[in-house]
Design a protein around this ligand. Structure first.
Ligand SMILES: Cc1cc2nc3c(=O)[nH]c(=O)nc-3n(C[C@H](O)[C@H](O)[C@H](O)COP(=O)(O)O)c2cc1C
Length: 367
């Protein structure tokens, strides 16, 4: 277990006491208006303490960026007191607290937005049942959007977090600017791969500059991305290697690939000799740490990922067993809980919203 328990230091100076991070997982537990609840603080706190860092579920940086009910908000200073309680609850026994910040873009509805039409890079609906056609963001609105991400990072600093993760994955707005499916613009923010990347570059520069100018000590900025889309047109693995190559030269502290299966191979014929994570690691070539993820259940699974990445993010395994890491490190893997019953949810602070999500994702592990 040497590597799993080794510290990991980022460019801006923050050190994690080991290489295990809790993957960002929305709790669906915030109040209707995005304010942190005590149940949510307790949920994160019981999973902190042993692992290196907790990355929170997505928090929206603009009111029209809300993707679902029970989501964290970070679009106004009114959230800072609740977020402070959340950061303090996570920072137990040296675990670091990272706030994931995002905008849902077209992956929401006017019902969630209380009558407001969702926005996106272009007026193209997502390919999912009942998806609404979003309103195209005006070019004059782009600067405000970028500023709102920077403002959210500053609120995370005020609330005592150790970092933010820009959620550029899982089809939300940042990814929508990069995707040829959702971005059909012909202004400076779309039209070619370079121009679809332009928004991401400006966003990362604005957020990292805001963090560096704030004078916050050791506060880190990470970036999460999804390597492929199934839509046509859509993001292909080659586009992702372009993205990673460019992001690795920016002032980021880590890149975090979003995968449901860590060893997933690309759908693209040109990249099938090894896993996407291995290609990504090669492309980065040591410029910035990479965090891997995807159905890690055992210590051995985690160790295998560390041959392709510098840190491992663990989602459902920590959801089901908050003591996953001490059990792995102390040779008690047999005691790890791999299945969940409805009756465990109260003790584990798993909300009905998350349970419903798990019923779709892993019905075979629920009873
Ligand atoms: C209940 C739940 C909520 C999730 N919410 C988020 C989220 O807010 N942001 C995000 O980037 N990924 C989210 N994910 C994806 C996870 O971060 C992770 O990539 C995925 O679950 C695969 O890792 P695992 O197999 O260890 O769970 C969520 C996953 C689950 C199960």
């Amino acid at each position: 277990m040497a590597k799993l328990t080794e510290p990991l230091t980022f460019n801006r100076g923050l050190t994690l006491k080991n290489r295990v991070l809790m993957a960002p997982m929305t709790t669906k537990m915030s109040f209707f208006d995005g304010v942190v609840t005590q149940d949510e603080v307790d949920y994160y706190s019981m999973r902190a303490g042993e692992i290196g860092a907790v990355i929170t579920g997505a928090a929206n940086v603009q009111e029209d960026g809300k993707g679902w009910e029970g989501e964290l908000g970070v679009y106004d200073d009114k959230f800072i007191p609740g977020l402070s309680k959340l950061a303090a609850g996570i920072k137990r026994n040296g675990t670091k607290a990272i706030l994931q910040i995002f905008h849902g873009g077209r992956m929401t509805s006017s019902q969630i937005l209380r009558g407001v039409q969702p926005v996106s890079a272009s007026a193209v609906a997502a390919e999912r049942p009942a998806a609404e056609t979003p309103r195209e963001i005006e070019s004059e609105e782009v600067a405000a959007l970028i500023n709102n991400f920077a403002a959210a990072a500053k609120r995370a600093i005020s609330a005592g977090f150790d970092g933010v993760e820009l959620h550029g994955a899982n089809t939300y707005l940042i990814q929508q600017f990069f995707s040829p499916h959702s971005n059909r613009r012909e202004d400076e923010w779309g039209g070619s791969l370079d121009k679809r990347y332009h928004f991401i570059e400006e966003l990362v520069k604005a957020v990292t500059t805001a963090v560096d100018e704030s004078g916050a000590d050791n506060f880190i900025v990470g970036y999460r991305f999804s390597p492929e889309e199934y839509e046509t047109p859509g993001i292909r693995f080659e586009d992702t290697l372009y993205l990673v190559d460019h992001l690795a030269d920016l002032s980021l502290d880590y890149l975090h690939v979003s995968l449901n299966q860590a060893d997933k191979v690309s759908a693209s014929q040109d990249y099938q000799e090894k896993s996407m994570m291995a290609y990504i690691k090669d492309k980065i070539a040591g410029r910035v740490p990479l965090i891997g993820v995807g159905d890690i259940r055992t210590g051995q699974d985690a160790e295998e990922i560390l041959s392709m990445a510098d840190g491992v993010a663990i989602g459902k395994a920590l959801l089901m067993d908050p003591n996953w890491l001490p059990k792995v490190v102390n040779g008690q893997e047999k005691l790890i809980r791999h299945e969940l019953s409805r009756f465990d949810c109260e003790e584990l602070r798993i909300s009905n919203g998350v349970w419903a999500f798990l019923e779709q994702m892993m019905p075979e592990r629920l009873y």
